[in-house]
Write a protein that binds this ligand. Structure first.
Ligand code: SAH
Length: 261
């Protein structure tokens, strides 16, 4: 029996582009970009990283903005599947890590459902890149031993149960929280968080225009609006978000108290 061989399927590589600085790409990501023939990327991916893509490769932007969807998620999934079925290897480049609020899980599922092989290349999530760049340790023996990542803009923010995620000994990192900053601080204070809990807002982490702004929790919305903070930005809530000098002072005070016991 003779069978016409089917077109060999391409693979889909879901690749994390990190928080912005091209030096924070993994070697695997850099190699895939250099050898790519088709790159499908988000709006979040820095232009300096796009400059590393093989010049002969086709580049498709599927930028999404909060209120201005250029391409729906279903269309992105369909695009990846269509190209891979046509035999092309697809590098799907996503900001930060593909599996942290990046809908990478949905894209991987859509590809696997179509019988397409998927490779996932982790990236430095902006939560990690931003905390490193701002020198805010997400955990610290004296200040926090639990860290949580939440989405500030999601289905039914008010119904989301964040109780216990912020407060003493805990660090809360909020993605996509600028537009809902007022609801976020109200929600956390309603859950019992003190209005003076330290907050840091990190805008454009690891990029040249990076800003780190601080305020107590009650002033979060005022901070975001008075400094005209723009996306992308992360909100870090907890003792670790105190300014570095203060954090050190605080640690020294705690040590002195302990020593005096
Ligand atoms: N997968 C990404 C997150 C995608 S959701 C990751 O792992 O980082 C998009 C959100 O990520 C933005 O709204 C913002 O909250 C955050 N973000 C991404 N890049 C950032 C950057 N360079 N600086 C600050 N926040 C960033």
């Amino acid at each position: 029996m003779t069978m016409t061989p089917a077109t060999p399927k391409g693979r889909v590589h879901l690749v994390g582009a990190g928080p912005g600085d091209p030096d924070l790409l993994t070697l695997r990501a850099a190699r895939l970009l250099e050898g790519a023939s088709l790159v499908v990327h988000d709006g979040l991916v820095d232009t300096a990283i796009l400059a590393m893509v093989n010049p002969a490769a086709e580049r498709i932007s599927v930028a999404k903005a909060r209120s201005r969807h250029t391409m729906q998620q279903e269309d992105i999934n369909a695009l990846l599947v269509r190209e891979a079925l046509a035999g092309r290897d697809v590098v799907r480049l996503k900001g930060g890590d593909p599996f942290v609020f990046g809908r990478g899980g949905e894209e991987a599922e859509a590809c696997r459902a179509a019988g397409i092989e998927v490779e996932v290349v982790p990236g430095i999530s902006s939560a990690l890149g931003a905390s490193a760049a701002a020198q805010i340790p997400l955990t610290h023996r004296d200040h926090a031993s639990i860290v949580s990542f939440v989405a500030g803009q999601c289905k039914g923010l008010t119904e989301q149960d964040w109780s216990g995620l912020a407060g003493k000994g805990r660090t809360l990192v909020i993605f996509m929280g600028l537009a809902t900053a007022a609801q976020i601080s109200e929600k956390l204070m309603a859950d019992g968080l003190a209005p003076d809990v330290p907050v840091a807002v990190i805008e454009n982490a690891t990029r040249a225009q990076m800003r780190v702004l601080r305020s107590p929790l009650a002033g979060l919305e005022a901070l975001v609006s008075s400094h005209r903070v723009k996306s992308p930005a992360l909100i870090v809530i907890g003792d670790v978000a105190r300014a570095r000098g203060d954090l050190a002072d605080h640690t020294i005070r705690a040590l002195a108290l302990e020593a005096g016991k």
